[in-house]
Write a new protein. Structure first.
Length: 434
């Protein structure tokens, strides 16, 4: 109904993120351009062989030979689609299946725009500007081109956010639960997000025990059970969250440098998102709660920096990000980068400000809950890559800033985000075509 009220120029603006993604991705798919980017190699070496394994044995979902270190939902889905198309073997040159893979990432962007509309249908131009960084993030662009799980996992994560934004959440508990289950089937790195339903109805002014009502616990149980069941089946079968063949590749444990990286990358994103709050920052007074949050965030960043090495080290998972690139090119003190500390402090201050804004509204909206849960889970993963934090951060921040933009913002406050999008496009075109 909302879309029926939109004028043609507004519809075109809402389609812009999807059109830009297609403009970057489709020529690479049709021309079958092979580049040195990581996901192109991963598609050939790991994902296509795993898809072909399920094409040969489409119902062998548990004890199958694992060729990728993840729950195989994406590979099963693509194998079944290939079988439906009458294919007996999948190759990197199969345009039809490649286009279906592109359509998955495209649907993620289209659904993300609909989440923005569900949050607030005003200011369509803002929605386009805020959605573009996510739509052009290189991880999503690569996933739209090469067989990879990222696009599908974000499609179902965004589906969960769409259900979570429903004005009648309890009526959509099953839809939310199935979306979360599909999400972890595609990429179990997102597993912590399955706790989202349990926190949806929490008021920040109320104690946590206020969630322990029969009604809320029933809603949470229905919405979490499908994803928890999926995780439990594979954990029991594998003896952990990765197949036994990949235990050495993905060591278990707690890795504080991954939390530090997420905070530092958030500090970089603050440069581009904070200007949107120019008007609020001008009139804001620093109250006691904000001071407390800022102090807490500073000590968290400092503690993580002291605990965790932050120099560039590809063997320890500290590479594949602008954060580690900066660390590599700046001085370090006893394996710790002062530049990374500075970025993490800025990221902590930015997070403190966002939490204070949420406090003033007396609730953590679904996108902030999602980001918090996901960041928490990153500490259990040794690789600290930019593609693990960038798309989700861009998505959740954009939705939240659209939510809190009750009044028109000065046009120039959007320029940093436009610059970010332009840089994304330039990087993608440069790496894919040049």
């Amino acid at each position: 109904m909302r879309s029926a009220k939109l004028q043609k120029p507004q519809v075109l603006l809402l389609l812009l993120p999807s059109l830009v993604l297609l403009g970057i991705a489709l020529p690479v798919v049709f021309l079958n351009i092979q580049t040195g980017v990581s996901l192109a190699a991963d598609a050939i070496d790991f994902h296509i062989p795993q898809i072909n394994q399920f094409l040969r044995a489409p119902l062998d979902l548990i004890s199958y030979p694992a060729l990728v270190p993840m729950i195989p939902g994406y590979h099963v889905m693509m194998a079944w689609l290939a079988g439906f198309l009458g294919m007996s073997f999948v190759g990197n040159e199969d345009i039809a299946l490649r286009l279906i893979n592109t359509a998955i990432s495209l649907c993620a962007v289209v659904l993300a725009v609909n989440v923005f509309l569900r949050v607030q249908a005003e200011n369509v131009a803002e929605i386009a500007i805020l959605a573009l960084p996510f739509a052009t993030s290189f991880a999503l662009v690569q996933s739209a081109i090469y067989f990879n799980t990222d696009g599908a996992s974000y499609l179902f994560l965004i589906s969960a956010l769409w259900f979570a934004e429903s004005p009648s959440q309890r009526r959509v508990a099953l839809g939310l639960g199935l979306s979360l289950a599909a999400m972890v089937l595609m990429r179990h790195l997102l597993t912590p997000v399955i706790a989202l339903p349990a926190l949806l109805n929490h008021r920040l002014s109320a104690p946590l025990r206020s969630l322990l009502t029969t009604r809320n616990m029933t809603f949470a149980l229905i919405a979490i059970a499908p994803a928890a069941t999926v995780i439990a089946i594979y954990v029991v079968n594998w003896g952990g969250l990765t197949p036994s063949a990949f235990k050495g590749l993905n060591p278990s444990g707690v890795f504080p440098h991954s939390w530090l990286h997420a905070l530092a990358f958030l500090g970089i994103l603050a440069i581009f998102f904070a200007p949107l709050e120019y008007s609020d920052l001008l009139k804001r007074r620093i109250d006691r709660r904000l001071v407390g949050l800022l102090a807490f965030s500073f000590f968290c960043a400092l503690a993580l920096w002291v605990i965790a090495p932050s120099s560039f080290d590809s063997d320890k998972g500290r590479w594949g990000s602008i954060v580690w690139m900066v660390a590599e090119r700046t001085p370090s003190l006893v394996d710790r980068s002062p530049a990374v500390l500075a970025m993490a402090v800025v990221g902590g201050f930015f997070a403190a400000y966002l939490f204070r804004r949420a406090q003033e509204r007396d609730n953590l909206p679904p996108e902030l809950i999602t980001a918090l849960l996901y960041y928490f889970g990153l500490g259990l993963t040794q690789p600290a890559y930019q593609r693990y934090v960038e798309p989700l951060s861009l998505l959740c921040l954009a939705i939240f800033f659209h939510r809190i933009g009750e009044s028109r913002r000065p046009w120039w406050t959007y320029l940093p985000l436009c610059l970010y999008t332009t840089a994304n496009i330039a990087i993608a075109v440069g790496r894919l075509y040049l």
